[in-house]
Design a binder for this molecule. Structure first.
Ligand code: GLU
Length: 280
């Protein structure tokens, strides 16, 4: 089924549900989007600076830029994208229930998740690390966390990896990483663990500058994929084509520099940019 046909079906479904403003087919408004493949809901994070961040009514970050690029390649006008918050623990559900069509949300490709959803990509490779207060010299890696309070997020690989590899650590799980960061700054917890990309973004935020530091010893490989409905290999193939074009054209590098550069994040060029996996 091609993108135009999907758009037509989506428009028909929207009409049937009475969701369009004035029953005027797919072209119902803002940007003269007659050639758009139609509206699309995309899951992102809302609270991760440099990756997925909502400020007022605007969205920024690497995930957002990759999502916009891919959506455009799939034929969607920019005005037809609706960004939906996709907290770590809700991503599989958001996709399998059809509340979003794609997820770009620091979403690591794992075999466990592949039981429920499919992935295009990867489009970036990060690694799990630790964020601590700047004056803390006692935490130098995950093996130094005994007796410390560690925070991570429910439904993340970060929390799962700690449970699997460092079972003695006191782990608290919150719903979002920004809740962990606030607790770290106020000394409610001693360390936050998740991807180094996310941690770098928080450490560079104005309110935390000089107060927090990334330990800098990664202990996992996090391959960011695009979450889609399980088994949609046609969509996966189109997304991979778009990702490859973004990388080959230099736009991927521009997006990486613009979004991760300001936090001083050092991209691991031994593994980035990655090649998309075969769709299955
Ligand atoms: N990339 C990891 C994951 O997908 C951690 C970051 C996140 O929770 O979004 O679980």
């Amino acid at each position: 089924m091609n993108a135009r046909r999907i758009g037509a079906i989506a428009a028909a479904a929207a009409l049937a549900l009475g969701l369009t403003a004035c029953g005027d087919s797919a072209d119902d408004g803002d940007t003269g989007s007659t050639s758009s493949a139609g509206k699309i809901k995309i899951g992102i994070k809302f609270d991760q600076p440099g990756l997925g961040l909502k400020s007022g009514s605007s969205y920024s970050g690497l995930d957002v830029d990759v999502a916009k690029y891919v959506a455009k390649e799939l034929g969607h006008a920019e005005g037809d994208i609706e960004f939906v918050q996709a907290p770590s623990a809700q991503r599989e559900t958001l996709i399998s229930t059809g509340q979003v069509q794609m997820i770009f949300a620091t979403y690591s490709i794992t075999d466990k998740r592949k039981a429920t959803v499919s992935f295009a990509g990867p489009y970036f490779i990060a690694g799990q690390d630790l964020l601590v207060r700047a004056d803390d010299t006692s935490i130098t890696g995950p093996e130094t966390l005994t007796g410390k309070k560690l925070c991570s997020v429910t439904g993340s690989t970060s929390a799962q990896n700690v449970k699997d590899k460092f079972p003695g650590v006191q782990l608290q799980q919150f719903g979002t990483y920004s809740e962990c960061v606030a607790a770290l700054a106020s000394k409610g917890i001693d360390a936050l663990t998740t991807d180094n990309t996310i941690l770098a973004g928080y450490a560079a935020q104005d309110q935390y500058k000089g107060k927090l530091k990334v330990v800098g010893k990664t202990f996992s490989e996090e391959r960011y994929g695009v979450g889609i409905k399980k088994g949609d290999t046609a969509l996966c193939g189109k997304i991979n084509t778009a990702l490859t074009k973004m990388i080959d054209s230099g736009d991927w590098q521009k997006a990486v520099d613009a979004n991760l550069g300001p936090a001083g994040f050092k991209v691991d060029t031994a593994v980035n940019p990655p090649k998309p996996d075969a769709c299955s």
